[in-house]
Design a protein around this ligand. Structure first.
Ligand SMILES: *Cc1c(COP(=O)(O)O)cnc(C)c1O
Length: 411
């Protein structure tokens, strides 16, 4: 029995919390609760850091973390940073991007903010409805004389069309950068994500597959680019008292590296648990009208960090937001990632009030996806209960709709 459980599984629709019975989970079940590795190993590292009194600035744990991440991916350079957003900003600057960069709108807002923060205009490209990733067939039409690069995102850990984007980038002389915040330990054509384009950016934020509390990294095979990024993330210092260019403070701390190293050692366990959860959701939600869980290419490795439900409202007879309201009443805090799409957020919606005309797939997908709780903090019993709640809601869609009435905005 799950530690979240307070009651046996619900037997009839009238048991749904929506209809007034108590919630299925006493404590809220969140999306993105951190995966935690071996506590003893973490504490040993923290003690060592405290004994040595070396907390940041090129300490041994950051160096070890960089080496291990580079080895894991099979790439020459890993530069660890305080988070992925700052890493994106640094690599965008180090690559000399300017003017316009083509990027999907269906992503976490940081992808676009990192460009705008440098005064670069993000030009939003629509996505492929099957993969939720940037649609490479729509990129070329967005290239102008101001375009300096393409920033792809491997959403949900599924690789974006890397080869096609590289061909386009070569043909037009553009830089190619990837936001790989979701894709640590995933593969594309047999090779680990991280080794593609000019550089890729990883996130080790608490919600990500492998976390360092907060953290990020740039990975690249380009020696000059790596050297430039190392300078930039440390104020432009090339040695004691010697600053040779503009920089920022993008350093990872030793404590974060200790957390990152510890969690990295559990990568196989996290993958196994996530994959088991993913398969359990797949079985539990099979044959429910209008509901489907997105799939991963079985030929490639994935981290299975995101369980993404797509709701076809016409078939389910319930909208995504109605199902979200059902789940929230049960204390299942599913999330509408990445609703409503970056182009409908500020400052982009003011800059480009008509961007939506070019982004019909982005808007449609943003209206139908729901991310469900997974990871090492969720039990099999929890997942079975969540699936049972969703099945019951769809079976009894009339009562659910009637009870929710016109309610369309969940909390
Ligand atoms: C989490 C995330 C980021 C930002 O990562 P931080 O380490 O939190 O700065 C960027 N892009 C995507 C797609 C993300 O999911």
């Amino acid at each position: 029995m799950s530690r979240h459980s307070v009651r046996p599984a619900k037997k009839s629709v009238s048991d749904l919390a929506l209809f007034g019975s108590g919630p299925a989970f006493k404590d809220p079940l969140h999306v993105g609760r951190p995966n935690i590795g071996n506590r003893r190993d973490f504490r040993r590292r923290v003690d060592d850091i405290l004994d040595r009194r070396w907390l940041t600035n090129g300490g041994p744990y950051v160096e070890e973390f960089e080496r291990r991440v580079a080895e894991f991916i099979g790439v020459k350079h890993c530069i660890a940073t305080c988070n992925a957003t700052v890493a994106l900003g640094i690599v965008i600057r180090a690559l000399g991007l300017a003017g316009e960069v083509i990027v999907p709108s269906f992503t976490f807002v940081a992808t676009a903010h990192a460009l705008q923060w440098q005064g670069i205009t993000p030009v939003f490209c629509d996505i492929d409805p099957r993969t939720h990733n940037i649609d490479h067939r729509k990129v070329e039409g967005l290239i102008t004389s101001r375009t300096s690069g393409i920033l792809g995102v491997h959403l949900w850990g599924r690789p974006c069309p890397i080869a096609q984007l590289q061909t386009l980038a070569n043909r037009h002389g553009l830089a190619l950068l990837f936001d790989a915040a979701h894709a640590f330990a995933c593969r594309y054509r047999g090779r680990r994500i991280g080794g593609f384009g000019d550089a890729e950016v990883l996130s080790f934020h608490a919600t990500k597959f492998i976390n360092a509390g907060e953290g990020g990294a740039v990975v690249t095979d380009d020696d000059d680019l790596a050297a430039e990024i190392r300078l930039m993330k440390n104020f432009g210092f090339s040695g004691f008292d010697k600053v040779i260019s503009i920089g920022i403070n993008g350093k990872m701390s030793e404590l974060s590296a200790a957390m990152g190293l510890t969690n990295l050692e559990s990568v196989d366990r996290f993958t196994r648990i996530n994959r088991g959860n993913f398969e359990l959701y797949g079985e539990g939600l099979s044959n429910i009208a209008g509901l489907s869980v997105i799939r991963h290419d079985e030929k490639e490795n994935s981290n299975y960090q995101y369980v993404v439900l797509e709701v076809d409202a016409a078939k389910a007879r319930l909208t995504r937001d109605q199902l979200l309201a059902v789940l929230q009443a049960e204390n299942v805090l599913a999330r509408r990632y990445f609703y409503p799409g970056v182009h409908r957020m500020e400052p982009y919606c003011s800059h480009f009030p008509k961007a939506g005309f070019r982004l019909p797939i982005t808007e449609a997908v943003a209206d139908r996806v729901l991310v469900l709780p997974t990871g090492t903090g969720v039990t099999k019993a929890d997942i079975r209960k969540i699936c049972a709640i969703l099945r019951k809601a769809v079976v009894q869609h009339r009562e659910v709709s009637a009870t929710l009435g016109g309610q369309s905005n969940p909390r």
